[in-house]
Design a protein around this ligand. Structure first.
Ligand SMILES: Cc1cc2nc3c(=O)[nH]c(=O)nc-3n(C[C@H](O)[C@H](O)[C@H](O)COP(=O)(O)OP(=O)(O)OC[C@H]3O[C@@H](n4cnc5c(N)ncnc54)[C@H](O)[C@@H]3O)c2cc1C
Length: 428
């Protein structure tokens, strides 16, 4: 490694960090990518792992493998604990890693609106670990209902409450309903899985707030057809083992007895802002300047879900994968200009290409500039777009074949209950 080359440390190999690293492949810099996991995860399809349509390896790739051919990139699997911005050092895995430029791309986590204790009862979906834990919980609920003789217990076991009516909540609700109504019915003898209840709770006036109202209404109708109970204007006030407590628009308290509660309601940025004592917004995202650098520190950048950036009209850049990738590419261009002694690029300008969400078999909503799609057309578009954005030909083929198989057979092949909960069930 030449001493004259700038060293760029990228923390986080999600959509943003990976894009930065890859865009620097041909630049005269050394890139160090640090991630606490050994894999990059395609979060938009996590719900498919959670509902047994896909396996973890279909939507996650070893970071080393992705950057194998990039000679100027080094991958370190370590959790960053602190950063010393004065000394320009990142501390991770017991090592001090120096940097000239630092890119913070550590994403976001769940926000429980001041109730961290709900996390135990209502886990969210952010990682492969979360997805396999949720898959286990969903499949175990059916197994335990089959063992139960108590009708009230069976009902609770077969009720799935999802908190939050954004794309993740909608996709999960639809997918769990499909597991219950299409994949499982002929396999149980003492229960009818079709009697499972899926309840989607949303505090706002409608589902999918980032979509036009007509598409959100369509999604609500499609979910209702699939047997999902959609409750809008319903605020969750408590999550405890076996039940969600709610308050409706009229102040009426409610209760949903449910064994499985899933949190899809809020996000909070990673603690990266604290590491560099940066100014953050109420969600903990680092407020960045027009070149995505952190106030007063031109050598530190924040991108993706951990950054609070605005577009050229001052609107917040959304926390979605294309935004993280655009920010990643942009920061790479700033760093490359510095390394080559060139003038910096124009300020970051976010381009929103659209929003997509799937509801279930042959039902999805798509909004691209002026184009709106729904139903089967939207669903096919959604499927092709997601296959296209997966990394590598192998995964594209595997996922396309899996989906075709699931479509033709109504089956879900990855229905494995593994881990501690399987032992719990056996002991019951
Ligand atoms: C369930 C779900 C569904 C989604 N669906 C869509 C969708 O359909 N379309 C869409 O565009 N977007 C979707 N998103 C949002 C999208 O995935 C995020 O906006 C995107 O992942 C943000 O990229 P990022 O690089 O900022 O962070 P991430 O992709 O989250 O990557 C962060 C990385 O940082 C690493 N990391 C975190 N902390 C540390 C640390 N202390 N030390 C070392 N490494 C660390 C993590 O391991 C991770 O690899 C979805 C998100 C979720 C959770």
């Amino acid at each position: 490694m030449s001493g004259a080359r700038r060293r760029v440390v990228v923390v986080g190999a999600g959509f943003g960090g990976l894009e930065t690293a890859k865009a620097l492949a041909d630049e005269p810099v050394d890139v160090v990518v640090i991630d606490k996991r050994n894999h990059h995860c395609f979060q938009p399809l996590l719900y498919q792992v959670a509902t047994a349509a896909l396996s973890p390896a279909d939507i996650a790739w070893p970071i080393r493998g992705i950057l194998r051919g990039q000679a100027n990139a080094t991958v370190l699997m370590a959790e960053v604990e602190t950063i010393d911005p004065q000394a320009r050092i990142v501390r991770a895995g017991g090592r001090a890693i120096p940097y000239d430029d630092l890119v913070l791309a550590t994403g976001a986590t769940h926000s429980y609106f001041g109730h961290p204790e709900w996390a135990q009862v209502a886990p969210g979906l952010k990682s492969i670990e979360d997805a396999t834990a949720l898959r286990r919980a969903i499949l175990l609920a059916f197994e335990r209902a089959e063992l139960s003789d108590d009708p009230a217990e069976r009902e609770r076991l077969l009720t799935f409450a999802i908190v939050g009516g954004g794309p993740t909540g909608v996709e999960l609700a639809g997918a769990i309903a499909e597991v219950a109504r299409q994949a499982l019915p002929r396999e149980f003898r003492r229960i009818d899985p079709r009697e499972a209840r899926v309840v989607l709770l949303e505090a706002g006036p409608r589902l999918l707030p980032s979509f036009p109202e007509n598409l959100a209404r369509y999604a609500e109708r499609a979910l209702a057809r699939m047997g999902v109970d959609v409750a809008v204007r319903t605020r969750v006030v408590d999550c405890r083992p076996g039940a969600v407590e709610t308050v409706g628009a009229d102040g009426e308290p409610g209760r949903v007895p449910a064994e499985t509660i899933v949190w899809a309601a809020g996000v909070r940025a990673s603690p990266a802002g604290r590491w560099v004592a940066a100014e953050t917004d109420p969600a903990g995202r680092i407020r960045v300047g027009p070149d995505l650098s952190v106030g007063g520190r031109p050598e530190i950048f924040a991108i993706g879900d951990t950054a609070a950036a605005t577009d050229d009209e001052g609107r917040p850049v959304p926390g979605i994968a294309p935004a993280a990738k655009q920010m990643g590419r942009y920061v790479a261009s700033v760093v490359a200009a510095r390394a080559r002694g060139r003038a910096p690029p124009a300020p970051f300008a976010y381009r929103h290409h659209g929003d997509l969400a799937t509801i279930g078999r042959r039902a999805a909503v798509v909004k691209l500039d002026r184009l709106e799609l729904k139903g089967a057309l939207g669903w096919w578009f959604w499927g092709f777009a997601h296959v296209y954005y997966l990394i590598g030909l192998r995964n594209r083929l595997i996922v396309a074949v899996q989906w075709l198989w699931n479509y033709l057979t109504y089956q879900r092949g990855a229905r494995l209950i593994v881990g501690a909960a399987a032992d719990d069930a056996a002991r019951r």
